[in-house]
Design a protein around this ligand. Sequence first.
Ligand SMILES: Nc1ncnc2c1ncn2[C@@H]1O[C@H](COP(=O)(O)OP(=O)(O)O)[C@@H](O)[C@H]1O
Ligand SMILES: [Mg+2]
Length: 304
Amino acid sequence: MNTTYLSHFELVEEPYSTSPNPRYLYISPTHNLALEKTRWTITTKRGLALVFGSVGTGKTTLARELAQRLEDDPTVTYVFITNPNYPTPNQLLRAINQEFDVPQTSNSYLDLLNIFKNFLMTQVLKEQKTLVLIIDEAQSLKAPLLELLRQLMNYESNDQKFIQVVLFAQEEFRVRLQHPRFRNLVNRAAMSSTLDNLSYAETVAMLRHRWLIAGGKNFPFTDAAVEQIYSYSQGIPRTQVIIADNALLAAFVSGQTQIDADIIHDVVKDRGLPDTQPLSPTPVIRKHQVRSGISSVRRSPNAK
Ligand SMILES: Nc1ncnc2c1ncn2[C@@H]1O[C@H](COP(=O)(O)OP(=O)(O)O)[C@@H](O)[C@H]1O
Ligand SMILES: [Mg+2]
């Protein structure tokens, strides 16, 4: 079915899949600003950057884009936690230690904190590394885990934080952070960004961009069709992508290569507006690390 759908539109890949593939990311001004602010926080080692956005505005895709850009820098080691829903700070700390390949461990939480602190100091001061912790779905971090992050932010010298933390979170997290309990953490945020919904012009650009990346030539959506996608989706890229994908399928089934506003109306009427809730994330940690730096620490596990 899919091959036929692809060949019908002369595509190499599906242009409107909902997987958060950064190759398909259209860098809108709001996405660009968030990326720039975050990278500034990391390169100047200011510690904490926050990125907020409603469901489907591109947080996970942007987090992956950020990770990919960090990969180009050999002085950076990053760990990417996609679902930080750990019951206790101990478990989060253990996961962080493990993923940064910290050579020592301990059963005691306090010892583990010290081990991690020493690891950070060695990496940053001796090896001149930049260590980055990216956390997606940060709204699901329980209060004691946020407390742990605050504590990690305390590890610093006069001019830099030893670990850079980037949190991607849904809007509700912003409200939660206003609680006095989290003031200490929020005060440590160097930069905060919000991913806005796309404007009409950005919607056009995003749909066209994805079409090109997928190997498409003749963009099939009429202006009126894109206007309808924009209006139904209220500018939320995830909804736009789902409607566009359904429309391609509907056009394919009826043998059309052009998609007009009627097809969009039909798709929405038949299937309803897509649920904006994404599938629940898998509790997977993705990481990247600079081999040489990490292994040199391994060779001298007692280095301070
Ligand atoms: N700026 C964008 N350009 C292209 N596609 C986007 C953009 N923002 C979001 N999407 C698409 O919308 C869907 C949801 O994005 P995702 O990153 O999972 O959002 P969030 O994590 O904020 O819920 C994905 O298919 C993603 O590719
Ligand atoms: Mg997400």
